[in-house]
Design a protein around this ligand. Structure first.
Ligand code: THU
Length: 142
């Protein structure tokens, strides 16, 4: 298990909440932010980016992953996710959708941590193994 300090996780949650502020979500009115911690300690943030054609919409988690991978990062420790309706306080935990879970399964090991957060003092932590058991991944193909 990789060890992560509480302060590090709280900082990651704060970065996710900040990133939520950049959400482009005029169609759903649901803003999501994510902050992805790389094994080298760097953090990539992302928000959901919607589209009038709906299909091209990208979730916050995938925005963060694709930013990181496009800059050469492929080793990850944790991701924090925060979501809620535009203009309202965060009242619920936002869990990653199936497509984002599959992207996590491509790059992350079983002990990768997924934090679903309301704020830095209110979050739950899961492992990838818990949220995507019996996953299909690179080992099945390579
Ligand atoms: N969304 C995310 O960005 N991440 C999630 O984990 C769940 C859903 C976005 C997609 C869409 O822009 C909006 O939330 C409503 O589904």
């Amino acid at each position: 298990m990789n060890t992560l300090k509480d302060e590090q996780l709280q900082e990651l949650v704060e970065r996710a909440v900040q990133a939520k502020g950049f959400s482009y979500s005029p169609y759903s009115g649901f803003q999501v932010g994510a902050a992805l911690l790389c094994e080298d300690g760097s953090v990539y943030t992302g928000c959901n980016i919607e589209n009038a054609a709906f299909g091209p919409t990208n979730c916050a988690e995938r925005t963060a992953f694709f930013k990181a991978v496009s800059e050469g990062k492929t080793e990850f420790s944790a991701i924090a996710i925060a979501g809620g309706r535009t203009g309202e306080a965060i009242t619920d935990y936002t869990y990653p959708c199936g497509v984002c879970r599959q992207v996590m399964a491509e790059f992350c090991k079983s002990d990768f941590r997924i934090l679903v957060a309301k704020h830095k003092e209110d979050y739950k932590i899961y492992t990838l193994e818990e949220l995507v058991p019996h996953r299909f991944g690179p080992d099945d193909v390579l």
